[in-house]
Design a protein around this ligand. Structure first.
Ligand code: UDP
Length: 322
């Protein structure tokens, strides 16, 4: 198949590109390098069946052409990272909503299968864990910028499902839960690369809030494996799927574990949310996916434990530091 990856030079996109090439598909990447990086796809350049263009998904004539040439589109291009979202809400909303409009509009003209990337963030402040795909979404007020991300992604989901229902476009929506692995940068606030970087440099490990909030982290290799299988699974089209891992850990315990695994002398410090992000910032207390739906469809089972994830991220960041 010819596969188009928008945002293919990003962290998840670059891992997906590699897997699809390994499986014999042709892969085209479009990325504006806003949060992606050429370094992420440097090892793919020159591989047969791989090409890339540095441009924006807002470039409609180009997108029309790229989509026309593809059999499947994975639309990963988006503004990501809570830090970026809080600092640049206009860019977040415009990129996430308009970019998806462009992709769906042109895919619809040519009836191409599209995978739309959403996020566990859409569950918002819900405490109804584990989060099932059919659960209510609970976000905060519009003057708290964090929720712009959840709402912009929820609009993407609505639009994708509307194209499916009204125009019979084959779409699959995936909600990724805290995906982690080599090549993820801490620059946009993501907690594991940030903590590992701090621990390796001997700087304080910055736990936001009281550290009792939990997350469940998924290895990127497990995620891209599921993404590659979903497009071949009868019954996936028109559906929404969580992709994640149910192993839950508090952020304080995560900091302690990373400190121990790196043998770091870093102290663990608590930073109030107001200082870390914005005054009035709201975090979610727990986030765990329900995986029954994707398990039933493709037999998805995450294979890498949190310790396995941390070992890989630590090894990768140590190698980068050398
Ligand atoms: N976090 C933290 N210190 C950091 C970065 C993040 O304590 O330096 C916390 C953050 O407040 C959240 C959790 O770690 O509770 C996960 O944050 P991340 O930005 O990685 O992803 P989120 O789940 O918030 O989208």
């Amino acid at each position: 198949m010819r596969v188009l990856l928008t945002g293919g030079a990003g962290f998840v996109g670059s891992h997906l590109a590699e897997l699809l090439l390994d499986r014999g598909h042709q892969v085209s990447v479009i990325d504006d390098l806003s949060t992606g990086a050429m370094d992420n796809i440097a090892h793919l350049k020159g591989r047969p069946g791989f090409d890339y263009v540095i441009d924006s998904v807002m470039n409609e004539p180009l997108m029309a052409e790229l989509i026309d040439r593809a059999d499947v589109v994975y639309h990963l291009a988006a503004a990501v990272g809570v830090k970026l979202i809080v600092e640049a809400p206009v860019r977040t909303i415009e990129t996430n909503v308009h970019g998806t409009e462009v992709v769906l509009k042109h895919a619809s003209k040519k009836d191409k299968l599209v995978v739309i990337f959403s996020t566990s963030e859409v569950y918002g402040k819900s405490t109804d864990v584990p989060f099932r795909e059919d659960a209510d979404l609970v976000t905060g007020p519009t003057f708290k910028h964090r929720w712009a991300y959840a709402c912009s992604k929820a609009i993407d989901e609505f639009l994708a499902l509307a194209y499916h229902r009204e125009r019979h476009l084959p779409v699959i929506v995936v909600r990724l839960f805290n995906t982690v692995g080599p090549r993820q940068t801490g620059r946009y606030g993501m907690v594991i690369p940030t903590f590992v970087g701090q621990a390796l440099a001997g700087r304080p490990i910055t736990v936001y809030g009281d550290g009792q909030q939990t997350r469940s982290f998924t290895y990127v290799g497990d995620v891209v494996g599921a993404l590659a299988r979903l497009i071949e699974a009868p019954g996936a089209v028109g559906e929404v799927f969580n992709v994640g891992n149910t192993e839950e850990i508090s952020i304080m315990a995560l900091a302690e574990r990373i400190k121990a695994m790196t043998g770091s002398a870093s102290e663990i410090v608590r930073i109030p949310y107001d200082q870390a992000y914005d005054p009035g910032f709201e975090d979610m207390p727990r986030r765990v996916p329900a995986l029954e739906k994707i398990r039933a469809l493709i037999g998805y089972e995450p294979t890498v434990t949190l310790d396995g994830i941390l070992e890989r991220v630590i090894a990768h960041q140590r190698a980068d530091d050398r």
